[in-house]
Ligand binder design. Sequence first.
Ligand code: PCA
Length: 325
Amino acid sequence: MKHLKTLMAATALTAMTATAAVAEKWDMPMAYSATNFHSATGAEFAKCVTTGTSGALEIVTHPSGSLFKGGEIKRAIQTGQAPIGERLLSGHQNENALFGFDSVPFLATSFDDSAKLWEAAKPTIEKLLDSQNLVLLYAVPWPPQGLYFKKEVNSVADMKGVKFRSYNTATARLAELTGMLPVQIEAAEISQAFATGVAESMVSSGSTGYDRKVWESLTHFYEVDAWLPRNYVMVNKGVWEGTDDSVKAVIRGCASIAEYAGNYRSKEYTGFTLNGLRAGGMTVGPASEGLVNELKEIGKTMTAEWLENAGAEGKAIVDAFKAMQ
Ligand code: PCA
């Protein structure tokens, strides 16, 4: 008995020493508001890693672009200014068209299709990120994308000249093709942009409109279900390679749970936030058939353009996705 106690004490001491020796803190910049489901998922992921490693690795999230703004997060991680972080994948479409696979209008319009499209695209995206000094951990879709305005809109003609907030190359192109005037603005800054009239419309999820209380400036949300873009969490490759295998295993496990939980939350948040927009006084409902048909025509143009820009690897993603239907 005494022997066992001594042994246990020795083991505890070794564990403590090991913990003390490698105890590390990773700051994790995130671009979206603290209340958003992606940020909630990231916070749970961070807690899972911290608990799972007995504090040997503590991850601390910084939502709302408070540590690095959305547009700066990827570079910050590539260069090692931050070890880990989350960003909108299609935000990098200007670097490489492949990053925009999830923002091709009407290619994947439901959560189920979005999951299949991700399965088709993941190996290519993982390789691309790896070539940029980044390790992919997990990715979670936003709810389906619809259109926000401050007036009733029933056709593309009604959009002409409207100032449109974009968040990636595809959304800016959508504005051009509908005769609107694109201006790129981070989600963290849209409430102000709408309040001051810098922008008066956008394509986004009910989630982002709800998070940013856009009913204070806008009046209509049209459900279009045009696509479901993804956020992803990445780690600096050098930092990853320098991490103990036992810690890496915990991170991978927590990342896998985060991906499932994030998907669950995204679906749940879809209805919740559309009701939230209604409660804020907005008119929420499907876009008219005429408008949807016009948008689908524009979608065809954008699909062709994306396939051209994304080359053989882009086509392979679409083919793999279609083969899953
Ligand atoms: N919200 C993010 C990207 C897609 C979405 O639903 C945004 O509007 O910036």
